[in-house]
Design a protein around this ligand. Structure first.
Ligand code: MN
Length: 135
């Protein structure tokens, strides 16, 4: 049985990270959309529902955690799992991300050897949670 192609929205302002994330995730078979700011991300979400959002914490304008809190406050977008991309995994940002409603975090710089597997793991967890809710 072939699984439907999963859609991932990457919210990241750094161009090198945008390219890196897209390259790794497309190689893994995901459909990838990139937004450079929270405002762009909300534009995308007005039209489409990705299976997972990777959210940079530090964005120009509205930061990633504020955007996540808004996503989680809206019943239409609340079910979409959000994973924080943080350069400050050791300094309490992990707790801040979880408190904002993130399912977890991936530390930057992006490690191309593990990034694909990390994303797949978060999708598996989200699918498991969805099934648990449905049963
Ligand atoms: Mn950034």
């Amino acid at each position: 049985m072939t699984e439907p192609r999963r859609n991932i929205l990457v919210v990241e302002d750094n161009e090198a990270n945008q390219m890196l994330a897209r390259a790794v995730l497309e190689l893994e078979g995901y459909a990838v959309e990139v937004a450079g700011s929270a405002a762009e991300a909300f534009d995308v979400l007005g039209a489409r529902r990705p299976d997972l959002i990777l959210m940079d914490v530090q964005l120009p304008g509205e930061d990633g955690l504020s955007a996540t809190r808004r996503l989680k406050a809206d019943p239409a977008t609340a079910p979409i799992p959000v994973v924080a991309l943080t350069a400050h995994a050791m300094t309490g940002d992990r707790d801040l991300a979880l408190n904002a409603g993130c399912a977890g975090y991936i530390a930057k710089p992006i490690d191309t050897r593990t990034f694909g597997a990390q994303v797949r793991e978060f999708l598996l967890i989200a699918d498991r949670d969805k099934r648990a809710l449905a049963s």
